[in-house]
Each structure stands twice: as C-alpha cells, then as structure tokens.
Design a protein around this ligand. Structure first.
Ligand code: GDP
Length: 207
C-alpha cells in the first residue's frame, strides 16, 4: 500500500554534526527541514521510520545530545534534516528548560536555511501552548509546517480522523497527517512533503 512506502532519498540520511545553539551551527548551506515536538511525542521514532534507519535517531538520544541541534545530511539533495531539542521535559530543571526553549526559539527565528518544520504531536494531546508558540515562530518566517499526529495507531481510525480535523481547523495553512511509527500510516505522504522541500525549495511559501 502506498501509505507504507519508504522514500529512498530520505533513507540515505546520515548524521553530520551537533551544535548546542544557533551560533555554533554549521554554515547555512542548503535547505533544512527541522523536527520538533514535546519530549516523548515520538520524534526519534518518526525520524527512524522516515529514514528506515534504526540507528539514526539513536544519535539524538545519546545522553548529552538530547538538548543539541542534530544535523543529518540527505545525499543528492543538498539538504538536511535537523533534529531540534525536545521540549516540555518534566524532569529537567526550570533554568535548563528555559535555555533549551531559547535555543530552539532562536533557531526557528533566525536560521535562514530552515524552510520547513515538522511538528510532532501525540494524537491524543495535540497543540499544547508550546506547540502553538513554535508554530507562531514558523508562521512569522513563512516556514511551511507539517503537523504529524503521532501514535495514531493508539486510536480508532474514526477517532484519529476526528483529532486530525480538529487540528486542521486550528491550522488551516499547515499540512496535518495522522502518523504512526508502529504501523507506518502517513509515511509516504510525510516523506513526500519533506523530500519536496529538500529538493525544491521553490515549493515553499518563501519562494
Ligand atoms: P521522543 O522523545 O519524541 O523522541 O519520543 P520517542 O520516539 O522516543 O517515543 C516515545 C515513546 O513513544 C516510546 O516508548 C515509543 O516506543 C513510543 N512511540 C513512538 N512512536 C509511536 C507510535 O507511532 N505508536 C506507538 N504506539 N508508540 C510510539
């Protein structure tokens, strides 16, 4: 079924480098699609599923790297997937949380090569305050957003579709998809959206 197809271009993604903040990021040299979401939303699982690589997001889960900005080059596109620090992590001290959020906010506000943002949200609790704030940053910059409602396998098809419609009403200009790393629903459409931005930045609203 089309829904489950792995994109062969994204499958070639490889870890390039990590940076603690915007100032230390590599030079802006190609289109970037960022991945963000509350911690535990399923961001690492989604990155693994989208690239068909179990070890890819392990990089981002390595202790000490979870709060870093991780870059993955996608060969033959000139572009990068950028795994941004998860937010809303309950066990982290307040000052550290603020620092992460500031790093994330700065990246979204100022990274000129960032042309697409994939926001991962648990289908059962989408659109928290922080999710909305991040989307506001993206909107200000004219960055396209793809909203993946993760763990959609945990709901019935009807319930999942209802959740998607609810988010679509709040975000009529974003693409909203039900997604699951477990049963791979939404994989083809999400991959296509990401791939299109990496190979042809003129498809974005910034063009
Ligand atoms: P991250 O913190 O956002 O990177 O989240 P992870 O990818 O580590 O996932 C957090 C938890 O949710 C893990 O226990 C995963 O196994 C689980 N999970 C992630 N994606 C899915 C999914 O699509 N379906 C289900 N049922 N569980 C998922």
């Amino acid at each position: 079924m089309r829904d489950f197809q792995l994109n062969p271009v994204l499958a070639r993604a490889t870890f390039t480098t990590s940076a603690p903040n915007l100032a230390q990021c590599p030079p802006e040299c190609g289109p970037e699609v960022g991945f963000c979401g509350r911690s535990n939303a399923g961001k690492s699982s989604a990155l693994n599923t989208l690239t068909g690589q179990k070890s890819l997001a392990r990089v981002s889960k390595t202790p000490g790297r979870t709060q870093l900005i991780n870059f993955f080059e996608v060969p033959n596109t000139g572009g990068f997937l950028v795994d941004l620090p998860g937010y809303g992590f309950a066990k982290v001290p307040e000052a550290m949380k603020r620092q992460w959020q500031q790093n994330l906010g700065e990246f979204l506000a100022e990274r000129r090569t960032l042309i697409g943002l994939v926001l991962l949200m648990d289908v059962r609790h989408p659109m928290t305050e922080l999710d909305k704030q991040l989307l506001t940053f993206a909107d200000h910059r004219g960055i396209d957003s793809l909203l993946l409602l993760t763990k959609s396998d945990k709901l019935s098809r009807n319930q999942a579709a209802k959740a998607r419609l609810g988010v679509e009403k709040l975000r009529p200009h974003s693409v909203v998809l039900n997604f699951s790393s477990l049963d791979r629903q939404g994989l083809s459409e999400a991959s296509e959206w990401i791939h299109d931005r990496l190979v042809d930045p003129s498809t974005t609203s910034q063009a």
